[in-house]
Design a protein around this ligand. Sequence first.
Ligand code: HEM
Length: 180
Amino acid sequence: MYGLVNKAVVDLVVSKFGQDTWDAIKKKAEVDIDVFVSMEGYPDDITYRLVGAASEVLKIPPEKVLEAFGEYWVLYTAKEGYGPMLDASGKSLREFLENLDALHARVALTMSELKPPRFRLVPVDDSTMMLEYHSTRQGLAPMVVGLLRGLSIRFDTPIDIAHARREGHDEFTIKTTQPS
Ligand code: HEM
């Protein structure tokens, strides 16, 4: 994955737990890279190892690491220069979720090796939608839960999330708990 992702992992850990914790995670992950370059591609394995090591060092399940990371990603991309792109992707949670593929297509204009996820939003009723998530990668569904939490905060739209399907591809049922 592009270095931007690994940089966000570093930023999250260092801001929340400090440099020493990051050094311990890096050591456990056997990752010998001091500075990730945002626009450079790195093997996915590095990201997975960092998540696994963070889980061990912080003593929280890897799923919770991915969730925290997903939530943080919404803030991190905004502060790393992608704010205007986020702003242009929707004025409501529903509109934004409809535009996720277009958002990644725009990212891919500058990251030509991007292997983006694919999403499909299916409206169910006024307060319920179903989000299909397709990826070439394994095990990142908890990150989507975190991303949805981050977006719920961004749009000030409280939601309940249910991981409704795990086989083949993942699906999430999203219920807004107040009108959006
Ligand atoms: C401007 C904001 C965003 C940028 C710049 C961005 C960029 C990226 C990049 C660089 C990757 C790594 C993929 C690769 O290197 O091949 C990625 C992966 C991913 N993105 Fe985004 N993204 C953004 C917003 C979002 C949002 C809001 C979601 C919400 C659902 C999302 C969902 C994902 C997921 C789930 C992955 C993991 C890859 C996979 O499933 O295969 N992204 N994105």
